[in-house]
Design a protein around this ligand. Structure first.
Ligand code: ADP
Ligand code: TRP
Length: 322
């Protein structure tokens, strides 16, 4: 079983990204072959600064490794280190009806958010299909928002098989985790970097304390009274980090009264801080060993390119490009 997923290098990672994307990917690397990459070509559809693209690509590599991506298990690489993906995207685009892309929500959503329309933004799902099909992926762990792109991928694989030979591509399955589908942000909406409600995975102690203390709004229940537990952001976030026993204790303290929000927020901070302790230490090491990160990405790219060359030779031959 081969798992593949890509993450865009679009800024500081938050715990929504961690529980929704990174942790599932890290867990899957023990269950089969994993191909994970940094989708820097895709990031260019919304990012115009070369410096930001370079820095974000680097920090995503470091953060993903710090969070447990094991380069002995997973092939980890930058999307742009395998330029063959663009050739496959072109070939796929020849069987891609315009209507298929016109229906994609994510394109329409991005325009609605004020992102400039471009051919690349429109053709984004075709490049994503090429990412997936180039490596003969069986299963693709993604967030719910990417489900439609997986449908486009399956559609294009089917059209290619119809046109050029029934065994050209496997039809990949999405893996969409419903349970981690939504990590709430500090304001209770879905956590997202665009909503200003995110808790970073690797914030400084001061920054995280400040975010928890200032951005989680609590009600005016007096300290001695029981506190509401439904829709409690503190409880929802604490659950992600605390042991079951500690979570039950906090829940009981909400119900009994006699404990204030200040204490709950402190407990939340402590649990967060402890949860990412190992990852933080690993990250500190990676930041002073850039050559190690370079080496991981180089090795991953070499391995990915071998795979890409094999698929592309097969496809070129099937479509008559020889
Ligand atoms: P953002 O919403 O902050 O822009 P992205 O769209 O870049 O995040 O998401 C990157 C990955 O992280 C996707 O797989 C997405 O499903 C996952 N993800 C993002 N936010 C959350 C969240 N609040 N809960 C669970 N998963 C999330
Ligand atoms: N579009 C994905 C996202 O924004 C990133 C991505 C690019 C991807 N290519 C992929 C995910 C291939 C899975 C498979 O989250």
């Amino acid at each position: 079983m081969r798992f593949l997923t890509g993450l865009q290098p679009s800024g500081q990672l938050h715990i929504g990204n961690y529980f929704g994307a990174i942790l599932p990917a890290v867990q899957l690397q023990h269950k089969g072959e994993a191909f994970y990459f940094i989708a820097n070509y895709h990031a260019m559809t919304t990012m115009a600064s070369p410096q930001a693209l370079r820095e974000n690509t680097r920090s995503l590599a470091v953060d993903f490794l710090a969070c447990g991506l094991d380069p002995q298990k997973a092939v980890f690489f930058e999307q742009s280190a395998v330029p063959e993906v663009n050739e496959l995207a072109w070939i796929l685009s020849t069987v891609c009806p315009m209507g298929l892309l016109e229906r994609c929500h994510s394109y329409k959503d991005k325009l609605a958010r004020g992102i400039a329309s471009s051919h690349a933004l429109f053709a984004y799902p075709v490049l994503m299909a090429a990412d997936i099909l180039l490596y003969d992926s069986d299963a693709v762990p993604v967030g719910k928002d990417q489900k439609q792109h997986l449908e486009v991928t399956r559609d294009l694989a089917g059209k290619m098989n119809e046109a050029f030979g029934s065994n050209l591509f496997k039809l990949p399955e999405p893996i969409i985790s419903e349970s981690t589908a939504v990590v709430p942000g500090l304001d209770g909406q879905k956590m997202s970097k665009s909503y200003g409600n995110a808790l970073p995975i690797f914030g400084s102690e001061r920054e995280i304390r400040k975010l928890i203390n200032k951005k989680i709004i609590t009600d005016a229940t007096p300290l001695e009274d029981p506190k509401p537990t439904d829709h409690s952001i503190i409880l929802a976030l604490y659950k992600l980090f605390a042991s079951e026993q500690d979570y039950d204790t906090m829940l009981a303290h909400h119900r009994s009264g006699g404990f204030g929000y200040g204490q709950f927020k402190k407990d939340l901070f402590d649990a967060y801080w402890e949860y990412f302790r190992d990852a933080r230490e690993k990250r500190d090491w990676l930041l002073v060993h850039p050559e190690y990160v370079d080496d991981v990405l180089r090795t991953g790219a070499t391995r990915a390119r071998e795979e890409a060359a094999r698929t592309l030779a097969r496809v070129r031959s099937a479509v008559g490009l020889v």
